[in-house]
Write a new protein. Structure first.
Lengths: 182, 240
């Protein structure tokens, strides 16, 4: 049992690193607008949608903190806003968007990404106030953020649609339970 | 836990671990991305699996020829320049979608400093160093929205202006006086009016001129001298 836990932790660590590599290479290989897709957020949102667990947030924290090493913005701002957005998405899925239809998944992805960017802009603004720098958020930047949110939400929906065919549909428990009720 | 890690980071206690982790990731990432990029950039963009070994050697030769050409150009620039030049490889790109930043495999160990110009080939300006770590540095590309460089147009008036990036999509030169004549195709170089940036580094050519009667200045959209997405080797200039 203990051995299994260790194996699970090691595999989670390896998968998190693979995810970082995938995210980095995606940004490096593709050009705009394809590279606007946030792979890390897509994967963690997908995990939260299917099976919300506390461990995912811990793995997300590690992944996002390592990704932070490749950002030029002050350390912690990106990861803090992304983790907060993921936590909010989790709360939304548990309390508000309890349905798991495709539209709900799309809007969860869209709202999470928008919240992440709003938080990020706020933190950047606070940082500039502390450091006494001037910070202007131009309209074109907001357009890029919206494109990013849209691309990520669409990918998440497609990902959910394809995976739900294999993960949810092939479970015989549903049939057994309904037959018992009848 | 999260805030503790951030706090410890700002204390500098995690520097060693962070550098090791970053170097390991770059070490794994670099061969993969280079191979994919080179295959997609190659003129012989065919199905590699179907090619014979001699064709694969031809592709490898083409890739090496391109690298050789880039490095020779840089060497040529080095011979004529008074400043010292450190050759660096682009190892990654910044993850933030809003920034156009490249990660170079040279850092404070190689005497790289903030604001040093980054060039490609025979003196084509790519950007400026904005952040330096022990073994790597981050350079802001000219097409980044926060990039601002003093430039001059090689026309009869030698018009001065500011070269600004447009979110990775375009570069434009603004604050050009309205009474000065610019023609499409005029070359734009660095003016040397800012600290650490030598005069004469090539930026690009004028593609479109926007001269509106209701605006105090005219501006020009620039075609960059090089596609920033397709370069692998750059040089970091250290000017006196």
């Amino acid at each position: 049992m203990h051995f299994n836990n260790i194996i699970k932790k090691i595999s989670a660590f390896c998968l998190a690193n693979l995810l970082i590599l995938l995210h980095l290479s995606w940004r490096m290989i593709f050009h705009q607008p394809i590279n606007l897709l946030n792979i890390v957020m897509t994967v963690f949102l997908w995990l939260i949608v299917f099976n919300p667990r506390q461990q995912y947030i811990l793995i997300a924290t590690y992944t996002l903190l390592v990704c932070e090493l490749f950002y030029t913005s002050p350390f912690g701002l990106e990861s803090f806003s992304q983790i907060s957005a993921l936590l909010l998405a989790n709360w939304l899925l548990l309390n508000v968007f309890t349905n798991r239809s495709l539209i709900i998944i799309f809007f969860t992805g869209l709202i999470t990404m928008i919240i992440y960017r709003i938080l990020f802009i706020l933190l950047i603004y606070c940082n500039s106030l502390i450091q006494k720098n001037s910070s202007v958020i131009p309209l074109a930047l907001i357009k890029i953020f919206l494109n990013e949110a849209l691309i990520t939400a669409i990918t998440l929906s497609l990902f959910y649609l394809i995976s739900s065919l294999f993960i949810k549909r092939l479970r015989p428990e549903y049939i057994l339970e309904t037959s018992r009720i009848i | 836990m999260f805030f503790l890690i951030i706090f410890v980071h700002y204390l500098g206690a995690l520097n060693f671990l962070e550098n090791k982790l970053r170097n390991t990731l770059i070490f794994v990432l670099k061969p993969i991305t280079t191979k994919i990029q080179k295959i997609s950039n190659s003129d012989l963009c065919q199905n590699i699996a179907t090619l014979s070994s001699s064709d694969q050697i031809t592709i490898k030769n083409k890739i090496l020829e391109q690298e050789n050409f880039d490095l020779k150009n840089q060497l040529n620039f080095k011979k004529h320049s008074t400043s010292t030049l450190a050759t660096a490889e682009i190892v990654a790109k910044n993850l933030d979608t809003a920034d156009q930043v490249i990660v170079l495999n040279r850092g404070t160990n190689d005497n790289i400093k903030i604001d040093q110009p980054v060039i490609y080939g025979d003196g084509i300006l790519v950007g400026k160093i904005i952040k330096v770590e022990e073994n790597i540095s981050f350079a802001r590309v000219l097409s980044d929205n926060q990039s601002k460089i003093a430039g001059t147009i090689l026309n009869t008036d030698h018009s001065l202006g500011i070269v600004e990036g447009g979110f990775g999509l375009s570069i434009k030169m603004s604050f050009i006086p309205r009474n000065e004549n610019i023609i499409t195709g005029d070359e734009i170089i660095t003016s040397g009016l800012e600290f650490g940036m030598p005069r004469g580094l090539i930026i690009g050519k004028v593609a479109v001129i926007e001269n509106e009667s209701y605006q105090p200045f005219q501006q020009a959209v620039i075609t960059p001298a090089v596609d920033y997405e397709k370069i692998n080797f750059v040089g970091i200039l250290s000017t006196q």
